[in-house]
Design a binder for this molecule. Sequence first.
Ligand code: G3H
Ligand code: 13P
Ligand code: ZN
Length: 382
Amino acid sequence: MPLVPLRPLMEAAEQYNYAQGAFNVNAVAQAKAVIEMHETFRSPAILQGADLANAFMGGRVDFANGTLEDKKKGARNIAAAVKKYGEHSPIPVVLHLDHGKDFDSCVAAIEGGYTSVMIDGSSLPLEQNIELTREVVKYAHARGVSVEGELGVLGGQEDHVFAATSTYTNPLDAVEFIQKTGVDALAISYGTQHGANKGKNAKLRREIPIAIKECINRLGIFCALVSHGSSTVPQYIVKEINDLGGDIQNAYGIDVNELMAAIPCGIRKINVDTDIRLAVTRNMKELFAQKPELQKSPSIGGVYTLLEEKKSAFDPRVFFPPIMDTVLTGNVPDDDVALLMSRVEAGVKEAVGSLIVGFGSYGRAPLVEQKSLEDMIAFYKK
Ligand code: G3H
Ligand code: 13P
Ligand code: ZN
């Protein structure tokens, strides 16, 4: 079936009380691996391309400087990959824009083929965030595309306690935001944090999703709550990277039990990127350690050089520039590239597989109501 919007997946998760992992991809092979792993578990799938992932997939190795044109190109490349592996899949597959920076980035993603977008106005004052999000909702819903907003600034370190200065989401503001914008999903700040340094033993403030959910239930409004910055940062992978010569310090994630406890509180989408980055980095380092002859390979030796140069990095985009054609198109020119990409895919699958089980989305694919973008256009009109 064609790629589907986010909303039906969130409705099924709400009805049957589980959560969907939402997994970031930055290469064709990663999209393939995420979809295959969900198929293995008969789980619905949410793949996300972040704003900067679109820039990278638009061919910008310096993705932080990507232009709107790069993002448009990248959105088309990611959508082509996700469609290639997802359109004939037995499971519903969503392609979601992660942390859309502005209205134009959301439009670029939708025009490229994304079926769901996040507009991240969390750095704006409430009223401006509402205004921007409403604008995106109007544009996206007219095309059947789902929208996620964000309210509150992600923290999670011990010093980010609930206080007058807290950046955790205020449930009162959240209810107002959901009512005024009509978003399908809302990212909240309740103790998670992006990246690999979330602090030891991070605890989630579950009262926040509980309060929001209770209020919107009473108002009869649907909105799925989203947990960003939710990587578990497996300690065995961090150790393996460091044993292979890496330098990853103070890396701690959110305990999977904390995440599982947040699911009945209304968390329906759980975003994970860092765990994938770590597993892919470990696998690439391991390959070059197991087969030293590949360190001088004409096609992938450059990846090894970058892994050696940037010991504290674990974003595969830092190591991928020598194999950009494969990253962008999925074309595999020789056996060395094929071997490297098989290790990349295995890393993605390791990170994603355990969380599909942890979040309880395995076996749920048949529960998702089949709704196309056209169905959703009619639904939103009502
Ligand atoms: O939440 C952010 C994601 O990890 C994406 O990261 O903006 O570097 O692509 P990125
Ligand atoms: P992590 O850095 O914890 O993987 O969070 C990813 C995320 O929130 C993407 O939006
Ligand atoms: Zn995020």
